[in-house]
Design a binder for this molecule. Structure first.
Ligand code: LER
Ligand code: MN
Length: 266
């Protein structure tokens, strides 16, 4: 069965970014549980979050995933930086995030930490493959998957479409890496979101649930029904996780999200 999750940001400096709940962990988890979410997805500055175990267990919530984006936006690290010492620090940071998430059986997400190439795409893709091989194997050792997220063209020039990401994963030796289908990025890049999900079903391991304008589902022009049907048809049984702006405010965004989730998946 497809499960619901909602993002919680513990990085107040990034307010305005695509995360729904911004309170402390205990308050955010209580809000998520009261609305009936199965899980939270966490965005933290690094590999720790005070009181996480208690907040999850008190509210009977799972941890859906942990985002590694702070490695780029706070620490300036990417897996494809031309400087090998920066790439090594990026790998170290993501490894620590994998270990952090694995304590709660949650996978780590590589989104913005994939970086961008400055002209030599082949070289950047070699670096990306190297990083994903190391980190995918590490995730496997820890009993979790590693999630790789194609982003829209304004955020990366590596992979923008699910199909291209899937072919890249096919070329790796590790099978520890799965794809993230972020409906906001897909709305910009895919010719047909439902067909993209169907053709890459073998790799889809996480979904970011947001409308065309990155507001909570129901506040944009995404035709959600065929997307939800595609996920059901491919037997997707992991998280649909709201990574969306807290529009018009976090509480209403959370309520709108769970109402849309129920409408399309229950
Ligand atoms: C991360 O999940 C993502 O979607 C990026 O666009 C970060 O904003
Ligand atoms: Mn995303």
């Amino acid at each position: 069965m497809i499960k619901s999750a909602i993002t919680v940001s513990l990085v107040p400096a990034l307010r305005g970014g695509p995360w729904v709940l911004w309170d402390d962990l205990s308050t955010s988890c209580r809000k998520a549980a009261n609305l009936g979410f199965d899980a939270v997805e966490l965005f933290t500055p690094g590999p720790e979050a005070d009181g996480l175990e208690q907040a999850l267990s008190e509210n009977d919530l799972e941890l859906a995933a942990v985002g590694t984006g702070a490695g780029k936006v706070v620490h300036g690290l990417t897996l494809t930086d031309p400087d090998s010492s920066v790439r090594a620090s990026a790998i170290k940071f993501i490894r620590s995030m994998i270990d952090f998430g694995a304590q709660y059986k949650a996978p780590a997400i590589i989104g913005s930490m994939q970086g961008m190439h400055g002209g030599d795409r082949d070289e950047a893709l070699r670096h990306l493959a190297e990083g994903l091989e190391i980190l995918g194997s590490h995730a496997t050792l820890k009993g979790v998957k590693l999630i790789y997220e194609p982003l829209n063209r304004y955020e990366t020039n590596l992979f923008n479409r699910l199909e291209d990401g899937a072919e890249f994963l096919d070329g790796l030796t590790t099978d520890g890496v799965v794809l993230l289908a972020d409906l906001f990025h897909m709305n910009i890049e895919e010719a047909n979101i439902a067909e993209a999900l169907q053709s890459t079903a073998r790799h889809v391991g996480h979904v970011h649930f947001a409308d065309s304008n990155r507001r909570p589902i129901g506040n944009g022009h995404l035709d959600v029904a065929p997307v939800a049907k595609a996920l059901q048809d491919i037997g997707y049984d992991r998280y649909v996780s709201a990574e969306a702006f807290d529009w018009p405010n976090p509480d209403d965004a959370a309520l709108q999200t769970i109402s849309s989730f129920r409408r399309f998946f229950r």
